[in-house]
Design a protein around this ligand. Structure first.
Ligand SMILES: [Cu+2]
Length: 99
């Protein structure tokens, strides 16, 4: 009984850390070059994003999914982010500062 519970807990921990690792590796490296809070837009210099058809890096403007996320970053910050095509608009769905 006790042994079984320990095993379940160990498996849950492994599954959790793998999910975190996957989420981490899915993020795109970039550097913020401009934040336009009033327009809800952010300019990011980024590497290839194959899922969005960008095979080479570039500097481009994204819409922010949530305008609040633009308060957490500023021009010059190195970031990890994710982006998606939302109704034809390239949109940053998550962004965090890189350490
Ligand atoms: Cu791009």
């Amino acid at each position: 009984m006790k042994k079984g519970r320990t095993l379940v807990l160990a498996l849950a921990l492994v599954a959790g850390s793998q999910a975190a690792a996957l989420a981490q590796s899915a993020l795109i490296d970039g550097q913020v070059t401009k934040v336009d809070s009033s327009a809800g837009k952010i300019t990011i210099k980024h590497g290839p994003i194959r899922k969005l058809g960008m095979d080479v890096g570039m500097t481009m403007v994204f819409r922010a999914q949530d305008p609040g996320m633009l308060k957490a970053v500023k021009a010059g910050d190195r970031v990890k982010f994710d982006a998606a095509d939302v109704n034809g608009q390239l949109t940053v769905t998550t962004i965090e500062k890189r350490k």
